[in-house]
Design a protein. Structure first.
Length: 462
């Protein structure tokens, strides 16, 4: 989205809230989903007011609230923009974006330099037809054999003839949900789920059914009740290092959920984004019902987010061929450049070294979180790079997020993840966002300090 061409408008406004606040929350949610990013220009106030059929002063109030929360910045004679993030230009408006769940940078600079050299060599070796033509849309048989061997270390059902090399997890989900029926179908998921999945489902007109969880994962009774009461097409879930609660389902829970899926013929969509950086993670959920399972192994969290490559393992070759048609319709093909880079990293062993380095960096930052936030309630996985922080009763979620924005730290609250109405509150802290261990320590100390301070209005005299 360029600053010249304004394409953003709120897709949905919460009718239970004041309109100006609903606009601000729509901006925040689209930031969490990646629809908006730092530097994007928002519509002019009168333009947005006309689009929404409201008074422009309401939009003015919304933009003022967005600036107060640290979401927006006004530039004289240019308009209103999403505030630039830490990794972007415009250093005077920098944020530490703890809302984006990116892996921490490996501390081994030689490994990163090797990765960069190897990727540059891959580009030089690419045949001209890969640069200028359309071929091998989702990987040759040899490509898929290499990937299947690597994925099989985690999911043993991976084979060349049931596997597709896809343009990232988001593109995979778009094609897969369309393949399963698209508009009008019902899909179950955890009561808190990945915002990108919510966005795809909303755009396709798919009804999401949020399922209650405990510390072992989705409650079998909640899943079975949903299957009994309505026609459920699929279950989407992240059983390892769940986003945002960090829960890793037990083996027993995976088996119980798989048995219910078999009983009601419900497709399983397993997003195993964190499986390759998890020590001693149980076998994937799809292992307990491979005939129903669509297993997604993206590289964004375990190797490199910039590759935008994911691997999809289908129940069998028949479904693989069907999915390839939907992928061609939505994205045409995986980029030959990024595909070649990803395969080279796997073949050379560099991908495994990167996963190990990310895990090591994550453990260092988790150790800091356990040290600094020990007096507060939060959930975490020692190998993960996000934590789920519960707030004290005197800190309303929105107020705490606003307080941290005033300190140039962006957090994401439960609303971004909740499916339907939720009375559980919390904020997700992404430990990979700070650019160093030292900055991580600074951010966590600041959060711990603010957690002890009640919101200003609590001390007001009425």
């Amino acid at each position: 989205m360029s600053q010249q061409d304004v394409h953003w408008y709120p897709h949905h406004l919460d009718s239970q809230k004041a309109v100006y606040l609903a606009i601000v929350e729509a901006i925040e949610q689209d930031l969490a989903r990646g629809v908006l990013k730092g530097g994007d220009k928002l519509p002019a106030q009168r333009q947005l007011a006309a689009r929404l059929g409201i008074d422009f002063t309401t939009v003015t109030r919304a933009y003022q609230e967005g600036k107060k929360r640290g979401l927006l910045v006004a530039r004289m004679g240019q308009g209103t923009f999403v505030r630039a993030l830490q990794s972007q230009e415009n250093p005077g408006d920098q944020l530490i974006d703890m809302g984006m769940n990116i892996p921490p940078l490996p501390q081994d600079k030689r490994l990163i330099e090797r990765m960069q050299r190897d990727m540059a060599q891959v580009v030089l070796r690419l045949p001209e037809q890969s640069l200028f033509g359309y071929k091998d849309f989702f990987g040759t048989f040899e490509d898929r054999t290499l990937v299947a061997h690597w994925v099989a270390k985690r999911y043993r059902s991976a084979q060349a003839d049931n596997l597709l090399i896809c343009p990232g997890t988001q593109g995979t989900l778009l094609a897969l949900l369309g393949h399963l029926g698209g508009k009008g179908i019902s899909i179950c998921c955890e009561e808190f789920t990945y915002p990108g999945f919510k966005a795809v489902a909303e755009n396709l007109g798919i009804k999401l059914v949020g399922l209650a969880m405990d510390h072992d994962g989705i409650l079998p009774s909640a899943f079975e009740d949903a299957c009994r009461s309505q026609k459920v097409r699929a279950l989407y879930c992240t059983p390892t290092q769940h986003n945002p609660t960090t829960t890793t389902w037990s083996v027993e829970r995976r088996h119980a959920i798989a048995e219910i899926a078999k009983r009601y013929d419900v497709v399983l969509i397993e997003d195993d984004a964190y499986g390759f950086i998890s020590d001693n993670a149980p076998e994937p959920l799809c292992s307990f019902a491979p005939e129903l399972g669509y297993y997604i192994a993206g590289l964004a969290k375990s190797v490199a987010s910039g590759l935008r490559v994911a691997f999809l393992i289908c129940p069998d070759r028949h479904f693989q061929q069907q999915l390839s048609q939907h992928l061609r319709a939505t994205s045409l093909m995986v980029s030959p450049l990024t595909k070649a880079m990803a395969l080279d990293l796997i073949q050379s062993g560099c991908a495994d070294l990167l996963s190990a380095a990310i895990s090591k960096a994550a453990r260092e930052r988790q150790a800091l979180a356990y040290e600094i936030l020990k007096d507060h309630s939060f959930r975490a996985d020692p190998n993960g790079f996000h934590i789920w922080l519960s707030l004290p009763p005197y800190w309303p979620e929105e107020s705490f997020i606003n307080r941290m924005r005033r300190h140039n730290i962006r957090l994401v609250g439960s609303d971004a993840f909740a499916v339907g109405k939720s009375f559980v509150t919390g904020v997700r802290l992404c430990l990979g966002a700070p650019n160093s261990v030292e900055q991580t320590r600074y951010v966590l100390n600041l959060i711990a300090q603010q957690l002890k301070k009640p919101d200003d209005y609590q001390n007001a005299i009425v």
